[in-house]
Design a protein around this ligand. Structure first.
Ligand SMILES: Nc1nc2c(ncn2[C@@H]2O[C@H](COP(=O)(O)OP(=O)(O)OP(=O)(O)O)[C@@H](O)[C@H]2O)c(=O)[nH]1
Ligand SMILES: [Mg+2]
Length: 418
C-alpha cells in the first residue's frame, strides 16, 4: 500500500433537505473534521437546498457544473459528499467531475480502516468495505483501476478490489466465518466473567468525548488516546479499583457518531455487545463541544437501539476545564461534571460509582473468624467493605458492608451472621 504523506485537497458537498439549518451546518462541520481525521484538507465547501437529493447526481445539474469548475480551479484531489451516494449517482458524478468522488460512508470506513487494530476490528472494517463495494462494482472498471491510494481507498480490502464479484462474495463468507469464531471466543470469556459475578462498567459516548482518557486514568491502563475521531475501535476491558477497594471491570468502547451508515452499525454492533453485559453505563459527554446536546441525544438513541435502557446510567460531563460557556447539564438522570485530567475529579467519580453500585447491593453485618483469611480478602476486593473491627474477645472481625446480590460471597456470609 502506498502511503501518501501530503494532504489531499478536498471539496465538501452537502445537500440540505430539511429546514433545520443548525443540524445541517453541524453535519457539514462534522464532515470537515472527519475529512481532517482522514488526512484531508478541506479547501472548499458547497451546499444546496433541495426537497430531496437529485436521484441522478445528488445535487442539481447547475450545481454539478459549478462543482466541476471549482474542482478544476482549485485542483482538488477529491470531492466528498455528505450522504451515502447510490451506485449510479456516484458513476454519474465521476463521469462529470475530474477528481475522485467519495461519500460519507466511504470516508468513515476509511478512518475505521486506519484505526482498526485488533483482528476483529480489521475483519469488521473489511467486511463493511466489501459490502459497500459489492453493489457498486458494475461498470466501475475505470474507477477501480484508479484506486490505489488516498482517502476512501485504504484498508485491508484494498488488494482484493480488483477481483470479481464472486471473489468478493467468497471473501465476505470467509470473514463472516472468522468473525463467528472471534465472537464465540468473546462470549465464552464473557460467560466466565458473569459466573464470577464481577461488576462491569461500560464507558460509552460520542467520538472524542474523552472515553479512552478516562478509561486509562481510571484503570491506569495503556490504551490509545488521541485528539482524533475514532481513536478507539476495539473494546478493551481492565480492572478498576474503587475507593473501598472493590474490584470492578471497566470497558472502553468505540465512539458513536451521528448518521452512522447502516452497514457500519451492523458491523460495529458486536464491538458494543459488551455494553449489553454491563451493570453500569458511564455515558461520557464532552461539555466543551458546542454540540454536546446533539451528541448526548445521538448516543441516547443508539443505546435505545442496543436495548440497554434498563441498565443504570451515569452521565459523565467531561472536559470541565474547557467547558463551553453555554453548557448546561441536560441529562435527566444522575450526572457528574469532571475533567478526566483532574485526579480529585476522578476520585469523585469513583465515589459516585460506588454510591450507585450500593443501590444494587445488599447490606451485610457479619463476624468472620480471623482464621478465614481468604474470605476476609474476598470481602475487601469483591464487596464494598465499610467497617472492619477486630474483636479481641471472640478473636473475630466484625465486618459491615455491601455485597452484590447473587454473588457467591453473599451466600457464604449467611453463615457468619449473629
Ligand atoms: N481539556 C481536556 N481535554 C480532554 C479531557 N479528556 C480528554 N481530553 C482530550 O480529548 C481528546 C479525545 O480523547 P479520547 O480519550 O481519545 O476520546 P475518545 O472518547 O476515546 O474518542 P474515540 O475513541 O475517538 O471515540 C484527547 O485529545 C484528550 O486529551 C479533559 O477532561 N479536558
Ligand atoms: Mg477512545
Amino acid at each position: 500500500m502506498e502511503q501518501k504523506t501530503e494532504k489531499e485537497k478536498a471539496v465538501l458537498v452537502g445537500c440540505q433537505t430539511s429546514d433545520d439549518d443548525s443540524r445541517f451546518n453541524y453535519s457539514m462541520e462534522e464532515l470537515a473534521s472527519l475529512t481532517e481525521t482522514a488526512q484531508g484538507e478541506v479547501i472548499a465547501s458547497v451546499s444546496q437546498k433541495r426537497d430531496q437529493p437529485h436521484p441522478a447526481t445528488y445535487v442539481g445539474k447547475g450545481k454539478v457544473s459549478e462543482l466541476k469548475a471549482l474542482a478544476a480551479e482549485l485542483d482538488a484531489d477529491i470531492v466528498i459528499f455528505n450522504d451515502e451516494l447510490s451506485p449510479s449517482q456516484k458513476r454519474n458524478l465521476a463521469a462529470e467531475i475530474d477528481a475522485r468522488i467519495i461519500d460519507r460512508t466511504q470516508l468513515i470506513l476509511d478512518i475505521f480502516a486506519q484505526r482498526a487494530r485488533s483482528k476483529e476490528g480489521k475483519l469488521q472494517v473489511e467486511l463493511a468495505q466489501l459490502q459497500y463495494i459489492l453493489p457498486r462494482l458494475a461498470g466501475q472498471g475505470i474507477e477501480l483501476s484508479r484506486l490505489g491510494g488516498g482517502i476512501g481507498t485504504r484498508g485491508p480490502g484494498e488488494t482484493k478490489l480488483e477481483s470479481d464479484r464472486r471473489h468478493i462474495r467468497r471473501r465476505i463468507d470467509d470473514i463472516k466465518e472468522q468473525l463467528a469464531v472471534v465472537v464465540q471466543h468473546r462470549e465464552r470469556y464473557r460467560e466466565r466473567r458473569k459466573k464470577n459475578k464481577t461488576f462491569q462498567i461500560a464507558i460509552v459516548g460520542y467520538t472524542n468525548a474523552g472515553k479512552s482518557t478516562l478509561f486509562n486514568r481510571l484503570s491506569e491502563a495503556e490504551s490509545y488516546e488521541e485528539n482524533q475521531l475514532f481513536a478507539t475501535l476495539d473494546p478493551m476491558t481492565r480492572k478498576l479499583i474503587l475507593p473501598s477497594g472493590f474490584h470492578a471491570l471497566i470497558t472502553d468502547t468505540v465512539g458513536f457518531i451521528q448518521d452512522l451508515p447502516t452497514t457500519l452499525i451492523a458491523a460495529f454492533r458486536s464491538t458494543l455487545e459488551e455494553v449489553k453485559e454491563a451493570d453500569l453505563i458511564l455515558h461520557v459527554v464532552d461539555m466543551s463541544n458546542p454540540d454536546y446536546f446533539q451528541h448526548e441525544k445521538t448516543v441516547g438513541k443508539l443505546l435505545e437501539e442496543l436495548e440497554v435502557n434498563n441498565i443504570p446510567q451515569l452521565t459523565v460531563y467531561n472536559k470541565r476545564d474547557i467547558r463551553h460557556p453555554d453548557f448546561v447539564p441536560t441529562s435527566a438522570g444522575t450526572a457528574i461534571q469532571i475533567s478526566a485530567f483532574d485526579e480529585t475529579n476522578r476520585q469523585q467519580l469513583k465515589v459516585k460509582i460506588e454510591q450507585i453500585m450500593m443501590e444494587f447491593m445488599e447490606l451485610y453485618d457479619v463476624y468472620i473468624p480471623s482464621t478465614e483469611g481468604k474470605l476476609l480478602s474476598q470481602l475487601k476486593n469483591e464487596t464494598i467493605l465499610r467497617e472492619l473491627r477486630f474483636e479481641e474477645s471472640n478473636q473475630d472481625y466484625h465486618c459491615k458492608g455491601y455485597a452484590l446480590r447473587n454473588h457467591t460471597v453473599t451466600g457464604l456470609l449467611k453463615r457468619y451472621k449473629r
